[in-house]
Design a protein around this ligand. Structure first.
Ligand code: DAH
Length: 339
């Protein structure tokens, strides 16, 4: 029996040292120390021993149990530590490594100039208002003194959704909506997208932006219009900017004018950017037609007003010397990163 016990001790020792993981260790624990284990099996046979042998074998058996238990505990510890070390090694992050910085976004040039415009107008006491991009024929044309058969409708290649619903071709309908809702004095700008069925080229896009302006009060004259627009242009382009007012025709203003900015690139000499003209048209304007005031329930005998519509893309192109409008919509980061 003594030999059997020593054999168990030797086998246990050898196998515990060879065990490669915690599962194997647990199997060995069951095999040697479990209720149906080898050591227990021997102890069960103690009854057949003589009274002298029993304490000797008993003591030896206990000793072996303790030593196997001890070794098992030590091996378990060691394997757990190795496991932990391996995990830490695999999950290690070197916080001193340089990171990859995400490229920061920038404001689009259209937004930069629009924000500046809003600032300037807010400073002059204007409110910023909005109107729908899907409009009715009434607000986009009819109420702006463009009846159904008016030839000027042809010049605005309209996207119709149905007979009376369309994508607004201009921000001018916001004038009508504002005058229906507010009493004079009115001072608003209405920036936004407008739509025209134009083919894309260097100076045309089916979607572009306008900034509408409207001022209605007692005693408003053409001089107020000129003063307001000259101020805006000088704030945007600097004190040296030169503008000219040129007579024009719009159905919803009388008299009407267009404003040209002297080409910033050639100072009026004529170049590629102004297409040899020396001037770049930037907006349409005029005194609000008395008919339009009446349609909106404002008495033209008591009130007068001026209005203007600025092409935002033109302003941006003039400001930065951009000669192709498509650059503004292509979202090429090499272009956008320059602003
Ligand atoms: N709506 C005109 C257009 O798109 C621009 C315009 C001209 C607006 C004169 C106005 C204005 O408010 O008074 O061509």
């Amino acid at each position: 029996m003594k030999a059997a016990l020593e054999a168990i001790r030797a086998a246990a020792h050898q196998q515990l040292q060879q065990a490669k993981d915690l599962r194997e260790l647990d199997d060995l624990r069951v095999r040697f120390l479990g209720k149906k284990g080898e050591l227990t099996a021997i102890l069960k046979r103690m009854g057949s021993l003589s009274a002298e042998e029993r304490p000797v074998i008993g003591q030896l058996a206990n000793q072996i149990r303790e030593s196997v238990e001890g070794e098992l505990a030590a091996r378990t510890q060691a394997l757990k530590a190795a496991l932990q070390a391996e995990r830490l090694r695999a999950e290690a992050i070197d916080v001193t490594m340089p990171g990859t910085a995400p490229a920061p976004g920038r404001q689009h040039p259209l937004s930069i100039v629009l924000d500046e415009m809003k600032e300037i107008f807010l400073g002059m006491g204007f409110d910023v208002v909005q109107g729908p991009e899907v409009e009715t024929d009434y607000y986009n044309f009819e109420a702006l003194n463009l009846p159904k058969d008016h030839p000027a409708r042809d010049t605005q290649d309209t996207f119709y959704i149905s007979e009376n619903i369309l994508l607004r071709t201009q921000t001018s309908p916001v004038q009508i909506r504002t005058m229906e809702e507010r009493k004079p004095p009115i001072r608003i700008i209405a920036p936004g997208r407008v739509y025209r069925s134009d083919a894309v080229d260097a100076t045309h896009s089916p979607i572009f932006h306008q900034i509408e302006g409207l001022v209605v009060d007692r005693g408003i004259t053409m001089a107020d219009l000129k003063g307001c627009l000259e101020t805006i242009v000088k704030r945007l382009y600097g004190e040296k900017a030169v503008v000219r007012f040129r007579p024009h025709h719009f159905p919803f203003t009388e008299p009407s004018a267009e404003v040209d900015l002297q080409c910033f690139a050639c100072h009026g000499q004529g170049c590629r950017i102004c297409k040899g003209e020396g001037w770049i048209e930037i907006l349409g304007c005029g005194m609000v037609h008395p008919k339009v005031l009446s349609i909106c329930g404002i008495d033209p005998e008591e009130y007068s007003g001026f209005a203007f519509g600025i092409g935002l893309e033109r302003l941006v192109m003039g400001r930065y010397g951009i000669d192709d409008m498509r650059l503004l919509y292509e979202n090429d980061v090499r272009f956008l990163a320059q602003f």
